[in-house]
Design a protein around this ligand. Structure first.
Ligand code: SAH
Ligand code: SF4
Ligand code: F3S
Length: 440
């Protein structure tokens, strides 16, 4: 069967969620629907949600509130909540929001078209959130939409088996499931034959790729094999876990031409006591040791990280260790968050929760230290020439792209270059969050 009309997808959360949304767009188009430009006028509205922190979780409430009036005008509208909040809250959501038609779990994406048709026919709401042994959407290909079609995501694994004390992901996405190597290679080469130049390999813990398949860690092997794909220019990957980081990955980052020199390696805290209470599986000195290996084998590699401030029990001294870690390692960029207690995790009810005011102060301190470091790196690049993959046209007739080290570069549109070309750009100005230059 096929349907007509428009669909609209709203997405929160990580790149994995963005990619799931791309898969849902693909499925809606296969069903005969066209992409619309607003939720209010769409026939199927999908809200793909994130539960990582309380603030993210709450967004779905306001989105559902906003769409209520449109649903009253168009009772045939099908409203879907997908993603991590759907997985976590299940029945709560449909009890609270009577106009919600479908709660779709993270393992059930492939069922979306059938369920939408069923709802259109029976006019009854459905909750579909069961975990699967083999997630069918893991095998789907979905090219990127929107402004960067030359870059594409490829999922290499879904879920996480680490159970860090603060994190909902193992509960919302299930345990680690790696995709087969053959299937990944096939997808990459298909995308490249359609003009994709850069792929980003996705997973919560990419450098543990293959462990669950029983032959040990095969991430570096995967990078080597993907490197042989004709037409592919750049390979990126995210996220890596420090515990599974080894010298072979450092070597790959330093030696494989297509693998971009950038790694996102979340540290979370500089205090051993907190790292242990977070159940991260490494001490600060082990982390530092890995950074040293990385810098010796891949000296040009940029390193970014995630930091949580105000984890339960974090003393002033613990927090100072995090600040010292930032000064010592000098990350290229960081993403920092105030600890947010998540339902069902170990840290939710831990003793010594830190007051909001202190979390706020600590976050501000982290920002002020890191901003100087990031700006320092950007200033250092002034006058140098970097390789940029042209990704698209931005504001004021400027082009934008990224360096191999994942820094955003804007430069004037010369008119003679096309998206997907690698150009050499001289950096004229190192700004706070990006670089500005001219093609040489
Ligand atoms: N798989 C990745 C990251 C997943 S979530 C990893 O293992 O590192 C992205 C980031 O969100 C985490 O690195 C962490 O810094 C942050 N985060 C996760 N749960 C959080 C919570 N309850 N409160 C605040 N930040 C959190
Ligand atoms: Fe969450 Fe830890 Fe898994 Fe990352 S490794 S997704 S922080 S449980
Ligand atoms: Fe959020 Fe789920 Fe990603 S909780 S960060 S959307 S895995």
């Amino acid at each position: 069967m096929s349907l007509s009309g428009k669909y609209f997808v709203e997405t929160y959360g990580c790149q994995m969620n963005e990619h799931d949304s791309e898969k849902m767009c693909e499925l809606m188009e296969q069903l005969g629907l066209e992409s619309g430009d607003s939720a209010d006028s769409a026939d199927v509205v999908i809200i793909n949600t994130c539960a990582i922190r309380e603030k993210a979780e709450h967004k779905v409430h306001s989105s559902l509130g906003k769409i209520r009036a449109a649903k009253l005008r168009n009772p045939d509208m099908v409203i879907v909540v997908a993603g991590c909040v759907a997985q976590q809250q299940q029945h709560e959501l449909s009890k609270k929001f009577r106009h919600l038609d479908l709660v779709l779990g993270t393992h059930n994406i492939s069922e979306l078209p059938d369920l939408v048709e069923k709802i259109r026919k029976d006019r009854q709401s459905i909750i579909r959130v069961g975990f699967a042994e083999d997630i069918r959407s893991l095998h789907m290909t979905a090219p990127r939409r929107g402004p960067r079609p030359i870059c594409s995501y490829v999922t290499i694994m879904q879920g996480c088996s680490n159970f860090c004390a603060y994190c909902v992901v193992p509960y919302t996405r299930g345990r680690e499931q790696s995709r087969s190597l053959v299937e990944i290679l096939e997808e990459v080469s298909q995308l490249c034959s359609r003009g994709v130049k850069e792929i980003t390999l996705l997973g919560q813990n990419v450098n543990a790729y293959g462990k669950d398949l029983g032959n040990g860690n095969r991430f570096t092997e995967l990078l080597e094999k993907i490197s042989n794909t004709r037409g592919l220019v750049r390979i990126r990957f995210t996220t890596s876990h420090p515990r599974d980081f080894d010298a072979s990955l450092a070597t790959a980052l330093g030696s494989l031409d297509k693998v971009c020199e950038h790694i996102h390696l979340p540290l979370q805290s500089g205090s051993d006591r907190i790292l242990s209470s977070m159940k991260r599986g490494y001490s600060f000195s082990e982390y530092l040791n890995k950074i040293e290996i990385l810098r010796s084998k891949a000296p040009k590699c940029s390193i970014t990280t995630d930091i949580i401030v105000g984890f339960p029990g974090e003393s002033d001294d613990d927090f100072k260790s995090t600040l010292t870690a930032l000064e010592q390692i000098r990350f290229d960029q960081i993403f920092s968050f105030k600890f947010s207690p998540r339902p069902g995790t170990k840290a939710e009810h831990m003793a010594d929760q830190i007051p909001e005011k202190i979390k706020k102060e600590r976050l501000a301190e982290v920002h002020s230290i890191q901003d100087k470091i990031t700006q320092g790196y950007h200033k250092q690049l002034e006058g140098s020439v970097v390789e940029v993959l042209l990704e698209g046209r931005g504001r004021q007739n400027q082009f934008y792209g990224r360096t191999r080290t994942n820094k955003i570069v804007n430069f004037d549109d010369t008119g003679s270059y096309r998206e997907g070309t690698v150009v050499r750009v001289k950096i004229l100005r190192g700004l706070n969050h990006s670089l500005f230059g001219k093609i040489v």
